[in-house]
Design a protein. Sequence first.
Length: 387
Amino acid sequence: MYSRERLVTRLSSIDWDFAGYQSESPFSALHWHPARFASQLPATLIGVLSDVNDVVLDPFVGSGTTVVEAQRLGRRAIGVDVNPIACIVTKAKTLQITTEEIIECVKSIKYSVSGVMASSKGLYSKDRNLAPIPENVQLDKWYTPSVQQDLCLLWTVITQLAGVQRIISDLAFSAVLLPICRETRHWGYVCDNSTPKDQHGGNAFEEFDKILDSLIEAYRQRNREYLFRMGDSGKIPNVEVITSSASEALKFLKEDTVDLVVTSPPYFGVCDYVKSQRLSMEWLDHAIEPLRLVEIGARSKRRRGTAVSEYLAELSDVFKGVRKCLKPGGFCAIIIGESKTRTSVLDQIRDGLRSSGFDLLLDVNRTVSSQRRQAPSITGEHVLVYG
Ligand SMILES: C[S@@+](CC[C@H](N)C(=O)[O-])C[C@H]1O[C@@H](n2cnc3c(N)ncnc32)[C@H](O)[C@@H]1O
């Protein structure tokens, strides 16, 4: 590891906009998330601030970008998110699985799906022996009749699967729900439970297959690169995924056990993460309302008189927990921005981190590309690195 001075020089020399860098991880685009960060961000931070076999933590893991990169680079990792869909997606992207095993697994899922399709002979009947649909699914509202039929058949297969087959099928099923639903306007309309105006649909089976194929490709690339980097003896490290509020999960993590934290907390009042995955929450049978209560910084809470102080207090709790788990000499990297249309909170976040004992090594502003902005006014975000 570098001396503190060299480390600051090294960090300051990095182009945090990643202009001209190689493209993103193939895992990144497998499942939509409203605020996924570029995989180059955690990859660079993990490469500079940790060593092989170290433990990397992301208490706001979202679609798993940090822990996917940590695992790929030979670090053990822990990811926490209050949103169960984020955790399902993260688990499916970080399996300790060989390429042959994932190919076999996908083959077997596709075989089961083709069996159900063949037995349906293209006909769908409510009398068939289909798995019951979770009662929160708003079938008629979100899907055209033909998409409903496909989803009910796919669901029947998925509910019979277990283990790794179930984990990756849940990801693939969850990933197809938004692109083939009737809503074609911004995802915010689904988030807010508005009634779609369109009859848009799609082929659920084809989309499901495509996700499974992309998953094979992502694992093939991960395993090939890993073998190249670590040699035959290198075993893909474990990633632990915890579905919980970050402050609760951190209470159970042991003191001085984490080498590096790389995370992007919710920005104040910008996004409703739980509601944004409404379609998947309905099918995978998770109640939205209780989770919204523990979601930090949700857009829907922004007008409360206490919204800012609650947000700052909740983040402060999480970072106190992070401080406890970090080993002496460990690092914490935070990627955070704010909307120009909300109360500014960044200075208070910095102050809070300082008073919790974090020592600032780097504070750079990076440009957020237009495709990745959580809101049009968020054109930049800060990369803060603490020692
Ligand atoms: C900015 S996103 C993280 C995105 C992630 N870096 C990625 O690349 O996908 C923030 C995440 O914090 C999660 N979150 C919100 N409140 C939380 C809480 N109290 N505990 C844990 N996670 C929470 C949200 O569900 C969301 O996935």
